[in-house]
Design a protein around this ligand. Sequence first.
Ligand code: ADE
Ligand code: ZN
Length: 319
Amino acid sequence: MLMPAVELHVHLEGTLEPELIFALAERNDVELPYTDLDDLRSRYSFTDLQSFLDLYYANMTVLRTAADFADLTNAYLARAAEAGVRHAEVFLDIQAHTGRGIPAAEVLAGVTGALGASEREHGLTSGLIVTFLRHLPGSEALAALEEILALDVPLLGVGLCSTELTSHASEFAPAFDLARANGLRLVAHAGEEGPPQNVTDVLDILKVERVDHGVRAMEDPAVVERLVRERVPLTVCPLSNVRLRVVDTIADHPLRAMLDAGLVVTVNSDDPAYFGGYVDENLRQVTEALDLGPQELTTLARNGVAAAFVDDARRQELS
Ligand code: ADE
Ligand code: ZN
């Protein structure tokens, strides 16, 4: 199968596999509220985004030291390389860690150390996108970015995630303005559970260059027309959409309709440890369920390369 060379939408914390949760709990003397792996896995059944986020944030308590974050990052990079990924842009929910007392410097030392060695150790290039949590105030996003900038770590961009349903994008404009002023690339989750207007808002107010998910844009032809005209990439995550009940089944996924509409869509894994597969499995399942052919698969691969935040030389190599 034609594999996409890039992955542009994956939360590092969403790659935290059950086995690693137990191993880190043991290493750090964290008491887990699960009897064993099967008990934990039995909870991986979600009714919506929030029901997933509650478990996702709870499981992060096992991540405490730079070594833990490095192990998490290396485990993802190894799995991505196995899937054929040659360039990955990974999300990190830094506030989910600083908010429980882990210093940003500790988190970033582990993550950026592993990402910095990704080419040598795993054969893929990578970049870090720090994602602000939308359920927290915009002022905290701004403070988080100020703290990270002062640490002077390698940073590719900023994003916005967590629930879209309880805040307005404008709250995060100061943080995105500061990121832009510092030459960072800009993305945001929108149009996953929220309406098409949320997609318009992150484009107009936060001036993002890519939209994460964006599947609900399909409900508004004017928004679709704009995304096509402006060639705004959408990082779509099919298995996530099924597991979080954005769509009923993989066969109902709008990916083919999005391609047919001329949208610049890419296929990604979101939180693969929770949703039943990494980027290769996402692609395999949509290919089968939507009967995608060589033309669609080539377009998906090309879209990924076009949407990546890389320089011309690297884009050429990935093409
Ligand atoms: N954080 C991790 N996964 C997410 C998703 N699918 N939507 C919003 N925020 C997230
Ligand atoms: Zn996501």
